[in-house]
Design a protein. Structure first.
Length: 87
């Protein structure tokens, strides 16, 4: 599954890369080079980040599912107990 950034997100990411180079590197990076660098990171490193995020979501969902019986539990055979309290 290829990771694709929405057009506006990609535009902001490229601008951020250009700014990073301007402020932290000895030479600037152009728009095309910043886009190529972004493509590299998304293709090379993006899947590792994506897979980790999916694993974390799975862990949280499994934890929630394992606790669902506590959230929605109903006591069984309580009719006679309720009747006794009414008397």
């Amino acid at each position: 599954m290829a990771i694709e950034l929405p057009k506006e997100t990609r535009k902001e990411a490229i601008a951020s890369i250009e700014r990073y180079f301007a402020e932290h590197m000895e030479e600037r990076i152009g728009n095309i080079a910043a886009g190529a660098l972004l493509n590299f990171f998304v293709e090379e490193i993006g899947p590792a980040i994506y897979n980790r995020a999916v694993a974390e979501v799975q862990e949280r969902l499994q934890q929630r599912v394992s606790e669902i019986d506590i959230e929605v539990h109903e006591d069984e055979f309580t009719y006679w107990q309720k009747q006794a309290k009414r008397r």
